[in-house]
Design a protein around this ligand. Structure first.
Ligand code: ADP
Ligand code: MG
Length: 654
């Protein structure tokens, strides 16, 4: 006789122990099963049949005794090898069907093949063929709750056969069925037995047991009869021999499933579960959505307002430097900035524009009208460097500036006060300190925006004209310089200082001041504001992550039975872990994408409301990555918890 497929020697199983009373459920079962057998284990309810079946199917381990599968001691097998046995050697049929509620009939049947790494096309075809053979061709897409008990049991038989199902373990397969469906299921098992499958049928019903070719009866955890003792088992013909299964087990232990297929299935399953519980999922995701959206929006608003401040500052002269000679003191003769200095500074690459200034308040006359205004000598950079355009006529030309022409550009108030509001000032002559100047342009009003009402009471004339005709001095009072790059004003400052020191024989007889310090302070405030907003957003992301962990832990608890089913159909620990991590990642990815979409929508609304927003791709990607990492981190613990569940405990949980 060949080696038995299954050999149990004095198997005992007891529950309880330290705090609960110890119950010995199996009290020494010895049984050997040959390839090709159809055996029924019969006994009253509570006699230990299911316990025995769980041990036979490697869902549970005995307290003592030995179990040899094809001559190999099962106690020596590792988790992956046990998973291989459940996946490739056994097929389970339970009284309660144990189908995964969120999956269709087809998906339920395919599950063992996914864990076996069967290619998708082959899997789909085989599952459909099995279901068709069992009369469920029109029910492939139905979920378990849409099927009758008999149909569900046929789905679970198809699942048991998916990877071959050499040994079918059926625990009260007809227990929950009406007599007609029960007869159908029994006929099916009969047929499978005649095709060479080993059938181990567990039942409390002697009539059902009588269908088997060998009947073993147990009572109170002890075998009380075995019909094999009376009649010799039939010689198996088409059935798989034990040593062949054993060779496959040795090979299979090193076999890896196709992770792409498993990952895809894990993601699909994750999506299904999320979709079925979409309300709860949405609520939980709110944390991540709000977290991601606030990170992105706050960074965008922070960046936007920073850019706006910078732009405003630039408009009002953020890149502007003022250079003047140092005032003389008792010890120090002071210094003078000359026009030659101005020309030299203009050559610096760090400098965009340079304008010398000379000026003072003077009496100006038009007709009988006589008033005091500030008169300044400037160059053609005036409108650009002060961001102050001409609205009527034009600014004086470079040629006028070179020749020292007696032309003037006047401020709005000068025009109003000397010539009267609404009168055309262009072409009129003004007497400035008795020198006639012709008006060629009128400046835009600036008093309102600068806050200085006096700023429009100003007359601009060419520097050389002012120097020679009005003031009799050639050195500028001070020089206005526009740095080339408003973000690197300090560089320009350093370059100008170096140049001036060189030109002035190393003496620091000048002063260079700027508005940039103000802007930098402003930018710093903006930065710390964005940082604070970012921190708040990060906290909400963390809260979102905890939400994900909570839902995952809840899911693990709720789906313990599903985990048990997956394990019974051959999932390895890492498959279960991958499943739950995929769910967490999917959950947070959906949250992340929703958050980004929400952020863009909020940003759009803010932009419509004239709030400056500037979305930065790194911020968006960063927030999304954070969400996914949150999913992985907070999904890991529940996933590990799920994968460490004991198959039999998971399967029998409520
Ligand atoms: P059967 O399937 O023959 O009806 P079971 O194998 O399910 O019987 O159970 C046999 C006995 O073992 C019962 O008395 C039951 O109370 C006990 N039992 C089963 N599982 C546990 C457990 N996890 N803890 C304690 N007792 C258990
Ligand atoms: Mg039972």
């Amino acid at each position: 006789m060949s080696i038995p497929l299954i050999e149990l020697r004095d198997i005992r199983k007891s529950y309880g122990g330290h705090d609960t009373p110890k119950v010995e459920v199996l009290r020494g079962i010895s049984l050997s099963i040959q390839p090709g057998e159809f055996i029924a284990i019969v006994g009253a309810s509570g006699s230990g049949k299911s316990t025995l079946m769980n041990i036979l199917g490697c869902l549970d381990r005995p307290t003592s005794g030995s179990y040899l599968f094809a001559g190999k001691d099962v106690a020596q097998l590792d988790g992956d090898q046990l998973a291989w046995l459940r996946r490739e050697a056994f097929g389970f049929v339970f009284q309660g069907y144990h189908l995964i509620p969120s999956g269709s009939a087809q998906e339920n049947v395919e599950m063992p093949a996914i864990y076996a790494g069967t290619p998708a096309a082959e899997r789909h075809a085989r599952a459909a063929a099995l279901l068709t053979r069992l009369g469920l061709a029109s029910r492939l897409g139905n979920r378990p709750h849409q099927l009758s008990g008999g149909q569900q049991q046929r789905v679970s038989i198809a699942r048991a056969l998916m990877n071959g199902g050499h040994i079918i373990l059926a625990d009260e397969p007809t227990g929950a069925l009406d007599s007609h469906s029960g007869r159908e299921v029994m006929a099916l098992l009969d047929e499978l037995a005649s095709q060479g499958h080993v059938i181990i049928l567990i039942t409390h019903d002697r009539a059902v047991a009588a269908r088997a070719r060998r009947v073993v009866e147990i009572r109170d955890g002890l075998m009380i009869s075995d019909s094999a003792a009376e009649q010799a088992p039939e010689a198996p013909h088409q059935s798989l021999q034990a040593d062949e299964l054993r060779q496959r087990l040795d090979r299979g232990a090193t076999q890896h499933g196709a992770w792409q297929g498993e990952l895809l299935e894990a993601l699909q399953a994750a999506w299904r579960v999320m979709w079925i519980n979409r309300f709860r999922t949405a609520l939980t995701l709110l944390g991540i959505v709000i977290g991601v959206a606030s990170v992105v929006v706050m960074l965008a608003v922070g960046e936007g307002s920073k850019r706006q401040v910078m732009a405003q500052m630039a408009a009002f002269g953020s890149n502007i430097l003022y250079l003047n000679g140092r005032e003389p003191t008792l010890r120090d003769p002071g210094g003078i900035v000359t026009l030659d200095d101005v020309s030299a500074i203009a050559e610096l690459p760090q400098v965009q524009r340079v304008m010398p200034v000379i000026g003072s308040d003077m009496m100006v006359r038009h007709g009988n009208n006589n008033q005091k205004f500030y008169v300044g000598g400037n160059n053609v950079e005036f409108p650009h460097i002060l961001n102050w355009p001409v609205v009527e006529g034009s600014f004086f030309s470079e040629a006028d500036a070179l020749s020292g022409a007696a032309v003037a550009v006047i401020g709005q108030k000068v025009s109003d006060k000397l010539l009267g509001p609404g009168n055309n000032a262009l072409g009129e002559y003004l007497l400035i300190g008795n020198v006639p100047f012709q008006v060629v342009g009128v400046l835009a009003g600036k008093g309102a925006s600068s806050g200085d009402q006096k700023s429009d009471e100003r007359i601009v004339v060419p520097y050389s004209a002012a120097a020679t005709r009005l003031f009799g001095s050639h050195d500028p009072e001070y020089v206005i310089i526009a740095a080339a790059d408003s973000t690197r004003v300090a560089d320009s400052e350093a370059a100008i200082e170096r140049l001036m020191r060189k030109r002035h024989q190393g003496k620091d007889d000048f002063e260079l001041t700027n508005d940039a310090a103000l802007i930098q302070a402003e930018a710093r405030t903006q930065n710390s504001l964005s940082l604070m907003l970012g921190a708040i957003a990060a906290i909400s992301l963390l809260v979102g992550g905890i939400g994900v962990m909570n839902i995952m832990l809840m899911t693990v608890r709720e789906r313990t039975r599903e985990i048990g089913i997956r394990m019974a159909t051959g999932a390895r620990q890492r498959d279960i872990q991958r499943q739950f991590i995929s769910e967490a990642v999917m959950l947070s990815m959906v949250g992340g994408v929703t958050g980004i979409v929400l952020a863009l929508a909020i940003g759009g609304a803010l932009a419509l409301a004239q709030v400056a927003v500037a979305f930065a791709l790194p911020a968006i990607l960063g927030a999304f990555t954070c969400a996914v990492v949150t999913g992985i981190v907070f999904g890991f613990m529940p996933a590990r918890k799920a994968s460490r569940l004991d198959p039999v405990k998971a399967l029998t949980s409520e």
